[in-house]
Design a protein around this ligand. Sequence first.
Ligand code: CP
Length: 303
Amino acid sequence: MALFHVLEAQQFTREILEDLFVRASKLEKAPKPTLLQNKIMITLFYEPSTRTRLSFETAMIRLGGNVVSTENAAQFSSAAKGETLEDTIRVVSGYGDVIVIRHFEEGAAFRASQVSPIPVINAGDGTGQHPTQALLDLYTIQKELGHIDGVSVAMVGDLANGRTVRSLSYLLSFYKNIRLFFVSPPNVRMRDDIKAYLTSQNIPFTESESLEEVAPQVDVIYQTRIQRERFANIVEYEKTRGIYIITEEILSRMKSHAIIMHPLPRVDEISYEVDNDHRAAYFRQAHNGLYIRMALLEKILVG
Ligand code: CP
């Protein structure tokens, strides 16, 4: 099945995911350095990024393509002069072959896709979704555990504002015998739209405030940052930060085969002492982003 715009996780199918994972694995072993010669990727980032922008740009370059970029589009593109997102997209879509956009507003990538004749990839839209992060997350689970069917995943932290956990919940729903454990303070619980979707798909989930109780039960702890930038009220942020920290004590409760994931960046929610444990998968996870994004660009631009 062909891919054009990549806007939300629920647009995928298990068949497409499996195809992407096979491609990513092949590209990891045998890169195709001329595949995207003469193709240009435009990266428009209205919010900060290290991993997503740089791995997309590296993926394009490693496949022989070219990149034009604004890393701070809110300040250094003509958005600063009042240009609408739609006008920007109408213009830059005439310059390249694919647009990768990160924006602070939920729905921005969808708006961009409505006026773009070239593929638009959502690299994170506010508190909406981050579908390509979920692709690399799932690829990491498969690589680390050897399977996705049957896994139990704890998602931890600010689940209300976390776009990565939202996208990952959708993708996990394509697999069999998945169990989800949402661990968060009451003020940032997983939003109702995701819970309604999971219920409609018969995916069992629980909600808890205790990481200590959930840690021994799961194959994956997916830790997230409490995102200060998403809180309008600093009091709400202070209530939430520092509640869940993965320490050696949490590690001691985890199964020996279980893994710790994190979309990164981390602030203080995983202790540095945990990094050397074989179950700390988060840097391997970030590295997998390069291969999954190479696979995605290949599928979109070549087929
Ligand atoms: N995981 C992630 O989206 O990281 P960046 O914000 O650094 O792109």
